[in-house]
Design a protein around this ligand. Structure first.
Ligand SMILES: [Zn+2]
Length: 56
């Protein structure tokens, strides 16, 4: 079951849309907000999920 997170871009509580792609560094997982389509989370293989924080 997917957990809801608060999108740092649009402040909506959303279930991220997961995507996967391969890079020269390995497989990367990304999570996008289905509400505003901004990238919210990325994860390189073996590294814990990293929530992107919006800068001030
Ligand atoms: Zn959003």
């Amino acid at each position: 079951m997917a957990a809801e997170v608060k999108c740092p871009w649009c402040d909506a509580k959303v279930v991220l849309e997961a995507g996967y792609f391969k890079t020269q560094y390995g497989e990367v997982k990304e999570g996008r907000c289905p509400n505003c389509n901004q990238l919210v989370m990325t994860r390189l293989g073996g590294i814990p999920d990293d929530i992107i924080k919006k800068g001030d």
